[in-house]
Design a binder for this molecule. Structure first.
Ligand SMILES: Nc1ncnc2c1ncn2[C@@H]1O[C@H](COP(=O)(O)OP(=O)(O)OP(=O)(O)O)[C@@H](O)[C@H]1O
Ligand SMILES: [Mg+2]
Length: 346
């Protein structure tokens, strides 16, 4: 038997017990706080789990919505595409319609004048033959018939020629006339030949034409198409650009860009006012209606460049500063790999 068993009220035993109790309380508090912490952390994990779940549902919902709206967009895009195709078709038809209407209108005038002059001629003939049949024909009747008849015949011929010219130009627009005529040519000599072929027109004027083109440049093109293009551009410079007796200058230049060729045509004539600049390639746009212009020249040039040669054409001009046409003919330059000059331009 020890002391404490022997005496429970022993102060030493009480102190030892108190000490034990304090320690147990401490442990208890520590445990309690641990339990509290883990409960909190479980709570945090749970709320995180709930949060994640909500987020996941939200993302799933948004993905679904996005997929739906994507499908709607794709449908709208394909609707738009077919609407655009339809519009292009309609536009083509409308352009063709207005071209045909324009031709009909343009051809109608000279034909109308010809019909009037032909009826006048018929009237003259009928009157003369009546006089002749009645034996009353005078010398003056015959003189009148000859004078007026000749005048009527000239009017008829001139107007029929104009109508024929319009129809010819119209045919050039409608038919891809150069499609089988691709050739390899030396561009500089080709341009020189074209200018020489225009001497009958140029010779009557004081116009100077210069050509700036690398002498080694060979291109794959349709010389007939180039000839048509420059014939129209030169005719326009002479008719619209240069005034009577003006010493006009025309510069035709060629440069290689990638494997394409940039051709520029510039004159130092009157230039084109801003309000007309956007219309000059339109069929029937002319500032010389009634004085020989039909407004088909540049439309033809535009079609040859874009359709036959698969290139592009732009124009820059200011009144008083001449005009500059820039043509780009893609993928036509034959560049010898060994040539340092052309390699530089590449
Ligand atoms: N070099 C130029 N200088 C000034 N104006 C020009 C020049 N080239 C074209 N134009 C203007 O553009 C218009 C349209 O030219 P386009 O060649 O299509 O028709 P046109 O010459 O009037 O008639 P067509 O060529 O059918 O006989 C001309 O009427 C003219 O006003
Ligand atoms: Mg013209």
């Amino acid at each position: 038997m020890n002391d404490s068993e022997r005496n429970p009220a022993d102060p030493a035993r009480i102190a030892a017990l108190e000490h034990k109790i304090t320690r147990l309380e401490k442990i208890n508090r520590a445990l309690m706080s641990r339990v509290e912490r883990s409960t909190n952390s479980i709570g945090d994990s749970y709320s995180m789990f709930v949060h994640n779940l909500t987020l996941q549902r939200h993302v799933e919902q948004q993905t679904r919505e996005l997929q739906e709206s994507n499908q709607r967009l794709q449908k709208a895009l394909s609707d738009l595409q077919s609407a655009a195709d339809q519009m292009i078709e309609n536009e083509k038809l409308a352009a063709l319609g207005s071209l045909v209407a324009g031709i009909a209108h343009e051809v109608n005038t000279p034909l109308g004048i010809s019909v009037t002059a032909a009826s006048h001629l018929e009237e003259l003939t009928r009157t003369l033959s009546a006089h002749f049949a009645a034996g009353t024909m005078k010398k003056s009747d015959l003189a009148h018939f000859i004078g007026s008849g000749q005048e009527a015949a000239q009017i008829i011929l001139a107007n029929l020629a104009r109508a024929e010219n319009l129809i010819q130009n119209f045919k050039k627009i409608a038919v891809d006339q150069f499609s089988e005529n691709w050739q390899t040519v030396e561009l500089e000599s080709c341009l020189k030949d074209i200018v020489v072929s225009l001497t009958p027109r140029l010779g009557k004027t004081k116009t100077k034409v210069s050509i700036q083109c690398p002498d080694t440049l060979r291109i794959n093109t349709m010389p007939g198409a180039l000839s048509q293009i420059f014939a129209n551009l030169v005719a326009n410079s002479l008719i619209h650009g240069f005034g009577e007796g003006q010493e006009g200058e025309i510069v035709i230049a060629a440069k290689v860009k990638k494997r394409g060729v940039v051709l520029t045509y510039a004159d130092n004539g009157k230039g084109i006012p801003d309000k007309n600049l956007g219309k000059i390639f339109d069929p029937f746009f002319t500032t010389t209606r009634g004085k020989g212009g039909s407004g088909l020249g540049l439309h033809l040039v535009y079609n040859i460049v874009t359709r036959s040669l698969k290139g592009s054409i732009t124009v820059r001009s200011k009144p008083g500063e001449g005009v500059k046409f820039t043509l780009f003919l893609p993928d036509c330059a034959l560049i010898p790999d060994a040539s340092p000059a052309t390699a530089e331009e590449r």
